[in-house]
Design a protein around this ligand. Structure first.
Ligand code: TNX
Length: 515
C-alpha cells in the first residue's frame, strides 16, 4: 500500500469563495494514494458528455447520477452516452489497478478527460464522490452559477479500509419522514458511507407497517417523544427508501429492537405482556423499562411474523434485532429469548446484527453475526468472547461516534450521558484497536448512530451529523497510516463552502479553521 501524504504546499491552495478547485487528494475521506500532476488540469466544457462503459447498465446508472449532480450548477446538458470513450468524464469498468477491489476506483485527470475506472458500479460511484469533491464547492449549488469547472491533474487510486461504513437514524423517538431520510442518504454518500441503519421501533413508537400486526402502526405508531403525532412508513414508502438507497450504493439495515425498547408493541398488543394487560403509550425518554414476555409463545409468533415481513422487504444482508438495555427482561430469560430469535433471523436468509449485549456468553454464536459495540475503549470480555467464537464487530463507541451527544456545553440539541463529543473526539481513535482482543480483522467497520430523543428536526440532524459524520467516515475508509488530525482538520475546513452551497447547516467547530 503506497500512502502519499500531501506536502505542506497544499495548504496554501484554498478553495476561497467556493470557486477554486481542490488540490488533488484534498478529499474526505483521504484517498489511499494520490499522485498530483503539477501544471495539468481538466476543465469541463459546456458540451462535454458523460461517457460510460459500453453495454453496462450499472455504469450508465452511475453516469446518470453524476450528470444529475452536475447539471443544476453548471447548467450544461451533460448527455450520458454508453460508448466507453475516454473523453469528458468517463466511467469505465475496465483497466483499473486491481488493488481497488470491489469498492475502490482509480481516477485519472488529464487535460482531455477525467477517467474513473473501477471493477463495479459501486467503485465508480465512490470515484464519482471523489470527483465531486475535486470540483469547486459551488458545484453543489442547486441553481446555475459561473464556472470554470476545473479539476487538478493527477491520479488517485483508492479503496476502503473496512467494508461497513454506516450511519444510523433513530426514527422511533422522533419520526422522520421519507424526504428527510432521502436527503440524509444524499449527504452521507458524499463521504462514502454505504450502510443506513434505521432504528424502526422503540418504546415511543413503531415506524414500519406490518400486515400481520396492523395495530403496531395504527396505534403504536401514533406517538413520539414529547407527545407529537409520530408516524410510520408504509411498506411502499420503506421500499422507496430501500430503492433510493440502493441507487446510491447504500444498504439499508432495518432494526427492530428486542426484547426491550418495546413499549409501543406492548401498548398495541395486550397478549405480549406477561400480565396480559396493554401498557399505556409512552412519550418520555427513559430506557430499560419494557420487555416482551419472553415466556409466552405469542411473543415468538410475533417476532417471527414481524422479522419475516421486514426481511421480505429488505434486499440487504442484515436484520438488526437490537438487544440493548433489556434491563426489564429477567437475565436468565434474555439468553433463552435470543437463542430462539437469532435462528429466526437466519431462517429468513439474513445475518443477525445486534447491539453488543447479544454477545453475552449464554447467547449462542450464530454464523456470521455482527455485534455493534457502543462502549468505551479498553477491554470488554463479553465482546472479545463473542469475537473468539467468530462474531464480527461494528464500532460505534458512544463517546466517539454518537451523533446525538452534544459538542460542548453550548450545544442545544442532543444529550451528554457519554460526555461531550467534539469533532476531534470523533476523529482521534482507531476502530481497529479500540477493544483489546478485537483485532482489526474482526472489525467489519464503523457506524455513527443518531438517536433522536432530543433531536426532532432535519436541521438538528444536519447540525449534529456535520462535521462529525465525515470524521467517522474517514476512520471507516482511509488507511490507518493517513491518520493525522491537522491534515484532517484542513480537509474538513475545506468542506465549509461546499456545505454552504448545499444549504447544509453544520456546527462551526472552533477546532477547525473553516474556509
Ligand atoms: C443508549 S446505546 C441507547 C439508546 C438511546 C441512546 C441515547 C444503545 C444501544 N441504546 O436507547 O437512545 O443511548 O444516546
Amino acid at each position: 500500500v503506497s500512502v502519499l501524504v500531501l506536502g505542506a504546499g497544499a495548504v496554501t491552495l484554498t478553495t476561497r469563495g467556493g470557486t477554486a478547485p481542490a488540490p488533488m487528494g484534498e478529499v474526505l475521506p483521504v484517498p489511499v494514494s494520490v499522485r498530483p500532476a503539477a501544471d495539468i488540469s481538466y476543465t469541463l466544457a459546456p458540451d462535454a458528455a458523460v461517457h460510460t462503459e459500453a453495454g453496462s447498465a450499472e455504469a450508465a446508472q452511475v453516469g446518470a447520477y453524476l450528470a444529475g449532480l452536475l447539471r443544476p450548477s453548471t447548467g450544461y446538458a451533460l448527455p450520458v452516452v454508453q460508448d466507453g470513450q475516454e473523453s469528458g468524464v468517463s466511467l469505465l469498468l475496465t483497466g483499473a489497478d486491481p488493488v481497488v477491489g470491489s469498492e475502490g476506483y482509480q481516477l485519472d485527470v488529464t487535460e482531455e478527460a477525467v477517467v474513473i475506472r473501477a471493477r463495479t458500479g459501486t467503485g465508480l460511484f465512490n470515484g464519482v464522490q471523489t470527483l465531486r469533491q475535486l470540483l469547486p464547492p459551488r458545484i453543489e449549488s442547486a441553481t446555475a452559477v459561473p464556472g470554470p469547472w476545473t479539476v487538478r491533474g493527477g491520479r488517485i487510486v483508492d479503496y476502503p479500509r473496512f467494508p461497513y461504513r454506516g450511519a444510523m437514524l433513530d426514527v422511533a423517538r422522533h419520526f422522520h419522514p421519507v424526504e428527510t431520510v432521502r436527503r440524509y442518504i444524499d449527504r452521507i454518500v458524499l463521504y462514502k458511507i454505504n450502510h443506513l441503519h434505521l432504528h424502526l421501533s422503540d418504546d415511543q413508537g413503531w415506524r414500519i407497517a406490518v400486515d400481520s400486526r396492523p395495530r403496531l402502526t395504527e396505534y403504536g405508531g401514533r406517538t413520539q417523544v414529547g407527545g407529537g403525532p409520530g408516524g410510520h412508513y408504509t411498506k411502499a414508502q420503506y421500499r422507496e427508501i430501500v430503492e433510493y438507497a440502493a441507487q446510491r450504493h447504500v444498504t439499508v439495515v432495518p432494526e427492530i429492537d428486542l426484547p426491550g425498547h418495546t413499549n409501543a408493541v406492548l401498548a398495541s398488543y395486550a397478549e405480549l405482556n406477561c400480565d396480559g394487560k396493554a401498557r399505556k403509550p409512552y412519550t418520555g425518554t427513559d430506557v430499560g423499562f419494557s420487555t416482551l414476555c419472553t415466556t409466552k409463545e405469542e411473543s415468538y409468533a410475533f417476532v417471527k411474523d414481524v422479522l419475516g415481513e421486514i426481511a421480505a422487504l429488505t434486499p440487504g444482508p442484515y436484520l438488526h434485532i437490537g438487544g440493548d438495555e433489556a434491563t426489564a427482561t429477567p437475565p436468565e430469560r434474555y439468553a433463552a429469548f435470543m437463542n430462539r430469535v437469532q435462528p429466526m433471523v437466519a431462517a429468513t436468509g439474513k445475518t443477525v446484527m445486534g447491539w453488543h449485549q447479544i454477545g453475552e456468553p449464554e447467547v449462542r454464536h450464530q454464523e456470521g453475526r455482527v455485534l455493534q459495540y457502543w462502549g468505551r475503549t479498553g477491554a470488554d470480555p463479553l465482546v472479545a468472547g463473542a469475537v473468539a467464537k467468530g462474531a464480527r464487530v461494528v464500532m460505534s463507541p458512544a463517546n466517539r461516534a454518537y451523533l446525538d451527544m452534544k459538542y460542548d456545553e453550548e450545544t442545544v440539541p442532543g444529550q451528554k450521558w457519554a460526555g461531550y463529543v467534539e469533532v476531534r473526539d470523533a476523529y482521534d481513535w482507531d476502530p481497529g484497536s479500540h477493544l483489546e482482543d478485537v483485532p482489526a480483522s474482526a472489525v467489519l467497520g464503523v457506524e455513527a448512530p443518531l438517536w433522536t430523543e432530543a433531536i426532532s428536526t432535519e436541521k438538528e440532524i444536519e447540525y449534529m451529523a456535520f462535521p462529525r459524520l465525515p470524521a467517522i467516515a474517514e476512520l471507516g475508509w482511509s488507511p490507518r497510516a493517513t491518520h493525522d488530525w491537522t491534515a484532517f482538520a484542513r480537509r474538513l475546513g475545506a468542506q465549509g463552502p461546499r456545505w454552504a452551497a448545499m444549504d447544509l447547516g453544520f456546527h462551526h467547530s472552533p477546532q477547525v479553521t473553516w474556509d
